[in-house]
Design a protein around this ligand. Structure first.
Ligand SMILES: [Zn+2]
Length: 92
């Protein structure tokens, strides 16, 4: 009984550690925020375009490795979900 509980807890931990994928953002209607670590250039990329290019299973933090800064050409680009900030909820 207690072993089963431990297995469930372990599964929940794995779920929490699973990186956010493009499919997740697509479902939430959230785009991807890109930040160049070299020059600070930043932009938001449409999730649906990234899904078309990279596939829905792509983990959001890994997208940066596939990108290049459009400003300075650096490949040191960080990506994260562009979650809408609290209090800025928009209704479509
Ligand atoms: Zn740059």
């Amino acid at each position: 009984m207690s072993q089963m509980k431990r297995q469930i807890e372990r599964a929940a931990e794995a779920e929490a550690r699973r990186p956010v994928t493009l499919a997740d953002l697509s479902a939430e209607g959230v785009d991807v925020f890109c930040w160049c670590n070299r020059c600070g250039h930043n932009a938001t990329s449409a999730t649906r375009l990234l899904v078309a290019q990279l596939g829905p299973a792509m983990a959001v933090p890994e997208i940066g490795a596939r990108m290049r800064c459009s400003s300075c050409g650096s490949k040191d680009v960080a990506t994260r979900p562009a979650w809408p900030s609290l209090g800025m909820v928009t209704h479509h």
